[in-house]
Structure formats: C-alpha cells, structure tokens
Design a protein. Sequence first.
Length: 136
Amino acid sequence: MYNCSLIKFKDITDKYGHLTPIESKIDTPFEVKRIYYITRVKQGITRGFHSHRKLHQVLICLNGSIKIRVKNPKEEEVVELNDPSIGLYIGPYVWREMFDFSEESVLLVLASEYYDENDYIRDYDLYLKEAIKIYR
Ligand code: T46
C-alpha cells in the first residue's frame, strides 16, 4: 500500500533470548528524532483515527498483539503486529486506527519529527480533502 509497508528487522536469537537492533537511517527509512510507546491500553479501546501531513513513523509491537487499520482514499488494509522484529512503516497521508490491543501489549513508535500537533489531521473529511490530491 502507498506509503505503508512492513520492515523486517534483525532478530538475533541465542540461548539467552532475542535481540533486535535498530539503527536510525540504516534500519529505518528516516532519521529517528523521537520515540514513544503506548502501554496498558484497556480492552475495547481504539486509538489513532488520524493521519499526518509530514511525519514518517515505524510502529513495533514489542509484546502481545495490536491491529492497525491503514487507509487512504483508494485502499484499506488491516495489519496485525505481534512480532517485535517486524515494524510497520507509515508515511504521510495514511489514515491509521489502532484496535484489539491484547492484554500487556506494548507499542513502540519511532518517529521522524518532534511532536507537532499541527501535523495531525484528526478529521476524516479533511483528511480525504487533502489526501485526494496525492492519491489521484
Ligand atoms: C500515531 C499513533 C500510532 C505528546 O504530547 N507527545 C507525543 O509525542 C505524542 C505521540 C502524543 N502526545 C500527546 C498528544 C495527546 O494529548 O499524547 C496524547 C495522546 O496522543 P494521541 O491521542 O495522538 O495518541 P494516539 O495513540 O491516538 O496516536 C499516537 C500518535 O499521536 C500518532 O502520531 O501515529 O500513536
């Protein structure tokens, strides 16, 4: 899907467990300026419901599982993240909705920019209006 793809990171496995290294710009398609994580989401809660204008991000589910619906004016997909060595890259003008957070799930997000509320499009009609120019 346009501006949206899975990234497979290294999974270094030995008898001590698993280790996944992520190096900015080497393993990510952008320079990482910010990280945040989402934890302790109660059952039935949905998050997201927005797009970004400039932001690039990689979402990684470090524990448990989380579903992400990604949409643009032409396509829609649901991706389940449940492997800490897989990241979901989401670029500009992709609408995202997160749901079905399993108990104890942990979502780590690597972001290309510092937090800027003006970069968010939280209204779906406005999103369609702006995105249609890109996806036509
Ligand atoms: C995204 C998905 C995957 C900050 O103050 N700094 C930050 O870096 C972030 C990300 C959020 N906030 C504040 C803004 C809100 O008052 O934290 C509050 C919750 O943010 P929001 O409702 O946007 O959370 P989600 O889970 O809907 O979306 C987040 C990211 O905001 C968004 O960029 O793509 O995770």
